[in-house]
Design a protein around this ligand. Structure first.
Ligand code: PBG
Length: 303
């Protein structure tokens, strides 16, 4: 009765790693309990999540081929568009969100097109627009750009509208920090940069005001929802954002946060189940509406 915050399965978005093929359900070593799926098994997973009360998934593609300019990211028969169509066939009510980025599709692993050794922000915008259109045409319910190029929300909005996809909303990774937070994800998706790091486009973890500027810019450019990432390291920003912006606010409980709990749980150093509960409620207390989390399925099963 006195409890101020609650977590419900309807708050959760489950990440899914997808590749082409059939009947694939391959465990991911760096993310115990998570799998790489093919389009058919992704759809089954999405339906099972739906039956547990989890309304949404976010898709990350592992393509068959990579090149310097991320050509496979726009392939209408790539793993993400195929999976969108499969999920919509088997479980049409599931909200399918597609992460939009180049890093899984470039052979150098950076989130955009290179000019020399640096990412060319403006050349990347056009690619991101085409990727978003490919996913929208495949039937996804929302696109989520995670590349952190400046101006990409406006560019993607323009590309979607021009392609007749005006009804596809954008949930932008508005404040996303560079660092070691995404290591297990990059193992899972094969998207680690082959040289350098992402500090020319992702933010410095020291900066709070800059995060608010980034969120304000994405809001002005037409974002329909904002993501803050990593989650547990940024609860102050979740609270700041809750007070400043009216858009739906999503927090990404990232791969390293998940992996730390799993590792400590496996060796019996923590009460894993309780810590997962406390992690998720902390996001709600900070002010998040939605939580992208690898814990989604196990948490919903446990309740
Ligand atoms: C793609 C992307 C990443 C994550 C989400 N989208 C990796 C990165 O930026 O290197 C990380 C999610 C996680 O760690 O769980 N750019």
């Amino acid at each position: 009765m006195m409890r101020e915050n609650h977590v419900a399965p309807t708050d959760l978005i489950a990440p899914l790693f997808v590749q082409t093929g059939e009947n694939i359900r391959e465990p991911i070593a760096s993310l115990p309990g998570q799998n790489r799926f093919s389009p058919d098994t992704s759809a089954k997973e999405a339906l099972e999540l739906w039956n547990l009360g989890i309304p949404a998934v976010i898709l990350f593609g592992i393509p068959d081929s990579k090149d310097a300019i991320g050509t496979s990211a726009t392939d209408p028969n790539g793993p993400v568009p195929r999976t969108i169509r499969e999920i919509k066939r088997l479980a049409p009510e599931v909200c399918v969100i597609a992460d939009v980025c180049a890093c899984e599709y470039t052979d150098h692993g950076h989130c955009g097109i290179l000019h020399g050794e640096t990412v060319d922000n403006d050349a990347t915008l056009e690619l991101l627009g085409r990727v978003a259109v490919a996913y929208a045409r495949a039937g996804c319910d929302m696109v989520a750009p995670s590349d952190m190029m400046d101006g990409r929300v406006a560019a993607i909005r323009g590309a979607l509208d021009a392609a007749g996809c005006a009804m596809t909303p954008i949930m932008s990774y508005a404040a996303k920090f560079a660092g070691a937070f995404y290591g297990p994800f990059r193992d899972a998706a094969g998207s680690a940069p082959s040289f350098g790091d992402r500090r020319s486009y992702q933010m410095d973890i020291s900066n709070r005001r800059e995060a608010l500027r980034e969120m304000a810019l994405d809001t002005e450019e037409g974002a329909d929802a904002l993501i803050i990432k990593p989650g547990l390291f940024c609860l102050d920003l979740v609270r700041d954002a809750r007070e400043r912006f009216d858009l739906p606010l999503c927090v990404y409980n990232v791969s390293s946060e998940y992996a730390m709990i799993k590792a400590a749980g496996q060796i019996g150093w923590i009460n894993e189940k309780q810590l997962i509960d406390e992690t998720l409620i902390s996001f709600k207390r900070a002010g998040a509406d939605l939580i992208i989390t690898y814990h989604a399925r196990e948490w919903a099963e446990a309740i």
